[in-house]
Design a protein around this ligand. Structure first.
Ligand code: SF4
Ligand code: SF4
Length: 301
């Protein structure tokens, strides 16, 4: 299998993704954060981009909240006194976010459908639309210690602005981090593309089952299209079958680690105690992965 070396500037950005949920992406993200602090640098940030259900923080009960703010997008509002109910804005809006009913002089924009594209502002010739900040969720920052931190985005219930929130969360400054880990949402759609867009390297977490293989193939074809360097971690190794290894071999995809299935460890996850007891075998695997990841990075900054 080919090993990929990546030449990059600081900070090193590593995204952890998986085609489907339940493969152990959170477990891998949290452990990488833990072992990078031990073996590489303490200037590390873990950014939870799974904004519909962020859960990395659960495993750091001692983390202190240091900042919390609204994540906002500019959303237009119609000034009905100025509106002539011409419906030009309705025709311009690709997201069906505007309702204008001329006979009853009704004009309104649904902020939860609006994608802040600004087209309606261009469309309106009567100066009847203004933009106002609209909250799509929260950004929270936590300190794990003086240098390492966690950032999470939390999408407002009912909001469809997952991708926009991920963009905002990723822009959030993370002190002087040398390594930034992005824990991506599951799937292969826009939110994953946004999370991985500027990553120097992507780790795909999968499991050796037919479902795991199916979703891995989808994610691999997405990353190949994006021309991103990536490698695979097989979680729950020892369960399922060998098909996934055959596929990696055939496609010349780098296997960067195999995390053995451990029942005690899995129940530690369920209790939010992932980092309290790490079995020796598991520790050895993560140490090897982090050491190899570090070697991949040739810093010429
Ligand atoms: S900003 Fe774009 S999406 Fe939002 S209401 Fe206007 S046209 Fe529709
Ligand atoms: S384009 Fe302007 S004036 Fe026309 S319906 Fe929309 S807000 Fe009203």
């Amino acid at each position: 299998m080919t090993k990929t070396n990546v030449i990059i500037d600081m900070p090193v950005k590593i995204a952890i993704a998986s085609g489907k949920g339940g493969t152990g992406k959170t477990t891998v993200s949290v452990n990488l954060f833990h072992f990078i602090r031990q073996l590489w640098t303490n200037r590390v940030a873990l950014v939870d981009c799974d904004v519909e259900e962020p859960n990395d923080l659960i495993f750091f009960p001692g983390a202190k909240l240091v900042d919390e703010k609204d994540a906002t997008l500019p959303v237009p509002e119609i000034i009905t006194d100025k509106c002539t109910f011409c419906r030009r804005c309705v025709e311009y809006c690709e997201f069906n976010a505007i309702v204008v009913i001329p006979p009853v002089k009704f004009a309104e924009i649904n902020p939860s459908l609006c994608h802040s594209c600004g087209a309606c502002l261009v469309a309106c010739r009567d100066d009847a639309i203004v933009e106002k900040p609209y909250s799509i969720g929260k950004i929270r920052k936590y300190a794990v210690d003086e240098q390492a931190g966690i950032v999470e985005g939390l999408l407002k219930i009912g909001s469809a602005m997952q991708t926009s929130l991920i963009k905002i969360v990723k822009k959030e400054p993370v002190h002087d981090a040398e390594v930034i880990l992005y824990d991506a949402p599951p799937g292969t759609s826009c939110p994953v593309v946004t999370t991985t867009a500027d990553a120097n390297y992507i780790i795909l977490v999968t499991e050796p089952t037919p479902f795991g293989l199916h979703d891995l193939k989808l994610t691999v074809s997405l990353l190949k299209e994006l021309e991103k360097p990536f490698g695979v971690i097989v979680n729950k190794a020892g369960l399922g079958n060998r098909e996934i290894y055959k596929y990696l071999e055939e496609e010349n995809i780098e296997l960067i680690g195999e995390i053995p299935f451990d029942k005690t460890y899995a129940s530690g996850y369920a209790r939010g105690e992932l980092l309290s007891f790490i079995p020796k075998e598991m520790e050895t695997v993560y140490r090897k992965i982090v050491t190899e990841l570090k070697e991949k990075v040739i810093d010429y900054a």
